[in-house]
Design a protein around this ligand. Structure first.
Ligand code: HAM
Length: 417
């Protein structure tokens, strides 16, 4: 027996209601804040992610699905949406549009991770990017949109965590301080952090290992080592968050796992313990467009995992609207009625009424069972008598009430016409 590959899953019909609901809410919130949809290819040149996401990141080092196609091109399945959107921004000359350009996406991403609850190798993200504006009021707006999105679905007990990790002007000096601090305590660091100390010292701050966490709690704080421009941006960000009434918490250990971030980083976390609790995260990436060959262009964005949202909705027992199914099943008795049933089903569907045809040659009891398990409101029953009279029996499934109706009356009931 074949199985879905590890870390992937089939989204069965009963799960689709969650996905559809979340993705509809995502499109609604995007419209509310003026974002337009973009879809990018599921694979890109490998180089885009090496440069965009960063060679030292876990994603590029350990998690990308990279392959060579038959033409010898090195390609990578999209592990995240930001770098592809920036590539599209440049490729389609969007720097000539009025800035910021606001784009959103709902897409599958691929990361070769160790699968566990909330962490998959194929997962879906709703993400959005605002490109071409450095105003801290835009940072606050992007964060507000993320917050409102979760609130609109009733997800509560969320924490909004922010930090500022500076820019290429102030970060090198900060990293020196951080390295010096950690070098003193390096004997107690976990093996991963010993490597990170050389390659990516910022990531020492969000290591989940107990002793590393202890060291991180008293480590130098990036927001205390910002250059004047970054410091002003950070002060204004906090001011605008307060203006919007967002209950933010500052955490100097929040650094995020992708290399492109500058200044603002933020995450939204529900109140549960565990490494996979982050429901969404984002931040500013003022250097990314330039890194990909464009002019210096400030930008920021956010992304959240659809599966993690669904898990939160379920944990909180928040109902999602069911998907509309068929309204009526057409049952029949006898060969002549079978033809009439096929015809009626066709007519109903043509006029927009979702109709099911009873499966062939079964007793009326079995056909009614089929109607019950399909959850239809009505069953139409056609037999020889009905064909002679030019009418049908209409049965309301919840009450089992049954009456003879003409084709015109049937239309009025089923279609409101
Ligand atoms: P990220 O933190 O890597 O950021 O992912 C954002 C969200 O995607 C996570 O908070 C989580 O909900 C979901 N997610 C990530 N990996 C997995 C996984 N393996 N399984 C299930 N869900 C997952 C980014 O991807 C950035 N591109 C966000 C961003 C947009 N920054 C600026 N603009």
């Amino acid at each position: 027996m074949y199985q879905a590959p590890r870390g992937t899953s089939d989204i069965l019909p009963e799960e689709q209601a969650y996905r559809l609901y979340i993705e509809q809410k995502a499109a609604d919130i995007a419209r509310l804040y003026g974002y337009k949809r973009i879809d990018t290819p599921v694979f890109e040149d490998t180089e885009l992610f090496l440069r965009g996401v960063g060679e030292a990141t876990d994603i590029v080092q350990k998690e990308v699905y990279t392959f060579e196609d038959r033409g010898g091109n090195k390609l990578t399945l999209r592990p995240e949406g930001t770098a592809p959107v920036c590539r599209a921004y440049l490729e389609h000359g969007m720097q000539n549009l009025s800035q910021p350009v606001k784009l959103f996406y709902i897409e599958a991403n691929y990361r070769y991770e160790r699968p566990q609850a909330g962490r998959y190798r194929e997962f879906r993200q709703f993400g959005y990017e605002a490109i071409g504006d450095s105003d801290p009021a835009l940072d606050a707006e992007v964060i507000d949109m993320a917050w409102r999105f979760f609130v609109s679905m009733g997800i509560n007990n969320l924490h909004l965590i922010i930090n500022s990790i500076g820019c290429p002007n102030c970060r090198p000096q900060y990293l020196e301080k951080l390295k010096a601090y950690y070098t003193q305590g390096s004997q107690t660091l976990c093996n991963d952090c010993k490597t990170r100390l050389e390659k990516n010292p910022l990531r020492l701050l969000d290591c989940k290992n107990e002793t590393c966490r202890l060291l991180a709690s008293t480590a130098p704080r990036s927001y205390e080592h910002l250059c004047p421009e970054c410091a002003e941006h950070y002060v204004n960000l906090k001011k605008f968050l307060s203006v919007l009434g967002l209950p933010y918490e500052v955490d100097h250990c929040l650094v995020r796992g992708l290399d492109y971030y500058t200044r603002t980083v933020f995450e939204i976390q529900p109140e549960i313990e565990g490494a996979q609790s982050t429901i969404g995260g984002g931040g500013r990436y003022d250097g990314l467009i330039e890194e990909l060959g464009g002019k210096p262009t400030p930008a920021l964005g956010f992304a959240t995992g659809i599966e993690r949202i669904a898990a939160n909705l379920k944990r909180q027992n928040l109902p999602v609207p069911g998907l509309p199914g068929a309204v009526v099943l057409v049952a029949y008795l006898g060969e002549a009625a079978r033809e009439a049933a096929v015809k009626l089903c066709g007519e109903l569907r043509k006029s927009g009424c979702a109709a099911l045809q009873a499966s062939g040659g079964k007793s009326l009891k079995a056909q009614l069972r089929q109607a019950n398990s399909a959850g239809v409101r009505y069953t139409v029953i056609i037999g020889d008598d009905e064909i002679k009279a030019g009418t049908v029996q209409l049965r309301e499934m919840t009450t089992s009430e049954q009456k003879n109706v003409t084709p015109q009356e049937l239309k009025e009931i089923l279609l409101g016409k």
